[in-house]
Design a protein around this ligand. Structure first.
Ligand code: COA
Length: 264
């Protein structure tokens, strides 16, 4: 697939996807959602990619939400079209990120609004620059967040804060997002990509099999009662124990050397 709305780069085990529509603050139109979904699948299927970074081009916005110029068209066609053309593709996109089986880290370089905020929520980690603002402004447009925001946000920041953001539509700044646990850290914009790449590099060095099992355990465990989640965790350890990497990791520790993981 030729990408015209995103930039897709791969180097040293890291795939970087940059939404490249700075003239509309990297708002996601339907074509960009398709390209982003395709690039994520490409990263998933490429054995050399161990971590994915998602960011926006320019210094003002990560993603300013869905492209509002397309929303009216889809709403005009009626409820089914709005659901199928606007909500479900966005939900599939955020779920693809969350369930990629590889860590996806958001480098939040400015506004992360609506779908941009929902992408931050779907990512496994997120670092924001000091100028970043995150919010769910859909209520100001007369509708509800529909790419997972009403589902993931309360699970991540608690219902009171989620209601405040969803019902007032007001943005929070990067420090507040950090305080409530929506992002991992805040750094100056000039240090953002370097910081995100350093975190990505730490994960690149791990066994990608172990990383995949950890992601699976956390995401599935969050959706289960604790007793089932513990059982799931033990089963996943059984799978991990059967990998060459677990044997290598334990052996390397005992031999006082660095492990060399083969990702199997
Ligand atoms: N969809 C389509 N276009 C968008 C957009 C979006 N989500 N967000 C910004 N843009 C466009 C603006 O229309 C403007 O285009 P123009 O130069 O042709 O007028 C351009 O991006 C720059 O945005 P502008 O509003 O002039 O920048 P600002 O600094 O004054 O304000 C925001 C920045 C992010 C506060 C403001 O653009 C905004 O509120 N955007 C909409 C956010 C939103 O509601 N997202 C959820 C959608 S479901």
């Amino acid at each position: 697939m030729e990408y015209s709305n995103i930039i897709f780069e791969k180097a040293d085990g890291i795939a970087k996807i940059t939404i490249n529509r700075p003239q509309v603050l990297n708002a996601l139109n339907a074509d960009t959602v398709k390209e982003l979904s395709h690039a994520l699948q490409e990263a998933k299927n490429d054995g050399s990619v161990k971590v994915v970074i998602v960011t926006g081009s320019g210094e003002k916005a990560f993603i300013a939400g869905a492209d509002i110029s397309e929303i009216k068209d889809s709403f005009t066609k009626g409820p089914m079209a709005a659901k199928e053309e606007f909500s479900l593709p966005g939900q599939r996109l955020t779920t693809t990120i969350e369930r990629l089986g590889k860590p996806v880290v958001a480098a939040v370089n400015g506004y992360a609004l609506g779908g941009g905020s929902e992408i931050v929520q779907a990512c496994h980690m997120a670092i924001a620059s000091e100028n970043a603002h995150i919010g769910q402004p859909e209520i100001n447009l007369g509708f509800n967040p529909c790419w997972g925001g009403t589902v993931r946000l309360p699970r991540q920041v608690g219902r009171k804060k989620a209601f405040e953001m969803i019902l007032t539509g007001e943005m929070i700044d990067a420090h507040e997002a950090h305080r409530i646990g929506l992002i991992n850290a805040v750094v100056p914009l000039s240090e953002l990509m370097q910081t995100v790449e350093q975190i990505a590099q730490k994960v690149v060095e791990k066994s990608s099999e172990a990383v995949r099992l950890c992601i699976d355990a956390v995401l599935q465990g969050l959706e289960m009662p604790q007793r089932e989640a513990l059982s799931k965790e033990a089963n996943l350890l059984g799978l991990a124990a059967d990998t060459e990497d677990a044997m290598e990791g334990v052996t390397a520790f005992l031999e006082k050397r660095k492990p060399v993981f083969a990702d199997k």
